[in-house]
Design a protein around this ligand. Sequence first.
Ligand SMILES: Cc1cc2nc3c(=O)[nH]c(=O)nc-3n(C[C@H](O)[C@H](O)[C@H](O)COP(=O)(O)O)c2cc1C
Length: 186
Amino acid sequence: MTENQVGAEAKVLVLVGSLRAASINKQLAELAVESAPEGVALQVFDRLGELPHYNEDIDTEDVAEPVRALRAAAAAAGAALVVTPEYNGSIPGVLKNAIDWLSRPWGDGALKDKPVAVIGTALGGYGGVWAHDETRKSFGIAGPRVIEDLKLSIPSKTFGDNHPRENAEVAANVREVVEKLAAEVN
Ligand SMILES: Cc1cc2nc3c(=O)[nH]c(=O)nc-3n(C[C@H](O)[C@H](O)[C@H](O)COP(=O)(O)O)c2cc1C
């Protein structure tokens, strides 16, 4: 058992690429949290909006408290689940900024070698697949072990005005991603 499985509990850090109060991706993240099998705890880090823009000059021992909090949450987790929309065909800036903070110290980031899965929803007919592919590419360079075949890109029209948890197929697919990601935790 590793420190990521204290009490046999695997911890999964959840990062959401939208800061919007009524974000559908936040709701999808809520569904993921609810989907955790026994012995797995998902925790949303909801402070991405507090991170300063990445700047090597401030990435020092005195780094800003929200960065320390993010890195501590990542270090305590055995895996990470990213839930993000697509902005202008790519990764929302707030999420890319978090990836950059998590990529340092270079070669020794807090998610190094840990499994990461990327899911999300966006307005377009492909459900944000460009953002999801680029998030996998970027995290793959940043140090974690991206699980390429754990993916969901859901067009947001799928949900209508309902919470994603009310769609049985989506709920089953999210549960499968969470279970398979948790199974990858060492
Ligand atoms: C700045 C901006 C850029 C966007 N670009 C895209 C895009 O490239 N592709 C897409 O499918 N949707 C795009 N959208 C629409 C988002 O997918 C939609 O607003 C989504 O619901 C946002 O996620 P959220 O509900 O979690 O906040 C964009 C929205 C914003 C605000």
